[in-house]
Design a protein around this ligand. Sequence first.
Ligand SMILES: Cc1cc2nc3c(=O)[nH]c(=O)nc-3n(C[C@H](O)[C@H](O)[C@H](O)COP(=O)(O)O)c2cc1C
Length: 350
Amino acid sequence: MKKLKKLLSAKKKLSNQNIQSNNLNRKVSVAPMMDCTDRHDRFFLRIMSKNVMLYTEMVATKSVLHGDRKKILSYSSEEKPLALQVGGSNKKELSKTSKIAEDMGYDEINLNLGCPSKKVQKNMFGACLMKEPDLVADCIHEMVSKCNIPVTAKTRIGFDDTEDFNYLNEFILKIKKAGCKTFILHARKAILKGLTPKQNLNIPKLNYEMVYKIKKENPDLEIIINGGISKTNEIKEHLKLCDGVMIGRSIYQNPYSLIDIEKEIFHTIDSPTREQVAEKLLKYLEKEVKLGTKVNHIMRHTVGLYHGQIGSKDWKRYLSDNMMAIDSDFQKAKHIMTIVQNNEKANQNI
Ligand SMILES: Cc1cc2nc3c(=O)[nH]c(=O)nc-3n(C[C@H](O)[C@H](O)[C@H](O)COP(=O)(O)O)c2cc1C
């Protein structure tokens, strides 16, 4: 009887996972990016887009389990839906972290199988795990059985000399069997020796075809394509062959491009102007500064707000003169609306 109950509960967990995995809208997501997509950046991005899926920066399981958990994992409810991305390869640590993520209200937990940095390799997580399909499957299985939020994976299409459809497909099938239904595929292989993480984001050539082929071969899986995508027409083309698109650098550099994504992809009618974005952020800034957050920790993410617009230089200069110092205070931020209004007028007059 006990065995039957256990079996039923495991089955329920798996079916919950399917339902929840399908319920989250991952048509467009913002990529996890270390030192970029922290909670302040995510709040800022969420002002511009209600529909994109957001991811945290990668957090090592050991930091979650032994570090200042509140500091590392806290977020504002406005950021949701939100996925926690983790790095690790110890199944017990990963499953504990998954349960913590679920208890803290995260909507998804994502395992990083794509980071090529030396430090990450030394700790046995990230892209080097593509060489260890059984270990990854074990980890995913343990995570899936310990939490009710979807467990997803973000991986490369290969590593070093291995850029082979059959290898990638087998890797994905093993992880699928363990309970993962959503895969984010960064469409370039990782070079584990000889390239820096920065070079690894540009040098190995993008191979979108490989991702399309994975989707074609596995229509039951949710396949999200990532790498070098920025324009809405590109997103639309990829969406014909994949379930979702993940974008990193171009959104960080030009965050207001989320407005185009909202209009073109999600058919949103009412979008905030840059002035309204700045107004909302200012309220958040005031609240956060009272709680002890440094002004520059929030404002550094807004450098690209006027990307490609008249006033972009004035905006950047204003930020760097007034808000990028460690001890910048909120009073200086109060003048920000003058710069914003001048920029808005200048852009309307062209
Ligand atoms: C500054 C920076 C930090 C990154 N940090 C992470 C990370 O923490 N986890 C991860 O899976 N990928 C990370 N990446 C990779 C991105 O998530 C994404 O896969 C990559 O930038 C390709 O997408 P893009 O061409 O749209 O930028 C990072 C990339 C950059 C530029």
